[in-house]
Design a binder for this molecule. Structure first.
Ligand code: PGA
Length: 247
């Protein structure tokens, strides 16, 4: 894995946005995998700026989001649908029909998951997948466990993840217990991966992830060691423990 450490969150966000923008310029109809959560917000802001000030064109870009809470409808303010439109899509010239986000409200969720993976394949696979990372090493909502699931699926969130995300829901009881997420295989099939980490609360997991190249289902992100083209971009706070180990 290639690792880039930026001094600040803003620096990390600018670097990530630049990499995404370069890929779009190289391939205007690229397939872009997107993440939600606190970490990529700065990247979205910078991509919106590049779109408005430098004319970055999203009109042919196809997007697939990593995950969505199970049971939350797209107009729910806590849903990732809502997040993506508010923080990114409504500010750029992407075509609504090119946007894909898992829907946690459909009746036949298993069929929906299978179709999500088929649709990714139909458009040629994901060219660049942006990822955040959970404090427990999850990517998407692939939580640590005895085994990991390859395809897009419904998963049960760990208590740790629900607590981490309670800040968006007011209180823990409001955080859904399940989510729909791309599987590890879906993520690993992306041609390029960009993992973003920021803040002190990620310092432990980033040190664990990058101190060796072992792979374990207990740290789902460790599978990225097997991926041929993954770049990690961190801010200094999230790299703190890693840097301290190297001194
Ligand atoms: P965060 O979430 O960006 O809000 O820290 C990352 C994740 O849980 O994958």
């Amino acid at each position: 894995m290639k690792t880039i450490i930026e001094e600040t969150y803003e620096g990390m966000s600018r670097m990530a946005a630049r990499i995404v923008a370069d890929e779009i310029r190289k391939k205007p109809d690229m397939v872009l995998g997107l993440a939600t959560g606190g970490t990529p917000l700065g990247m979205y802001k910078e991509l919106i700026r590049i779109h408005k000030q430098e004319g970055l064109d999203f009109s042919r870009v196809i997007t697939f989001n990593l995950d969505e809470y199970y049971g939350l409808s797209p107009d729910n303010e806590q849903s990732y649908h809502y997040y993506m439109y508010e923080n990114f899509f409504k500010h750029i010239n992407i075509k609504p029909e090119n946007i894909h986000i898992p829907d946690g409200t459909v009746e036949d969720i298993n069929e929906f998951c299978e179709e999500y993976d088929r649709e990714i394949q139909r458009v040629g696979g994901i060219d660049l997948q942006v990822l955040g990372i959970g404090r427990n090493g999850h990517i998407g909502f692939n939580e640590p466990g005895d085994e990991l699931i390859t395809e897009t699926h419904v998963t049960t969130l760990t208590e740790e993840t629900r607590i981490a995300n309670a800040r968006f829901f007011g209180k823990l009881e409001n955080v859904p217990e399940k989510a729909v997420t791309m599987g590890l295989g879906t993520i690993m099939k992306a041609k390029k991966i960009l993992l973003l980490a920021s803040g002190r609360e990620k310092a432990g997991i980033m040190s664990e992830l990058l101190s060796d190249t072992n792979v374990t289902t207990k740290v789902p992100a460790s599978f990225l060691h097997l991926h041929p083209d993954t770049t990690v971009i961190m801010d200094r706070d999230s790299a703190m423990e890693l840097l301290a180990k190297k001194l």
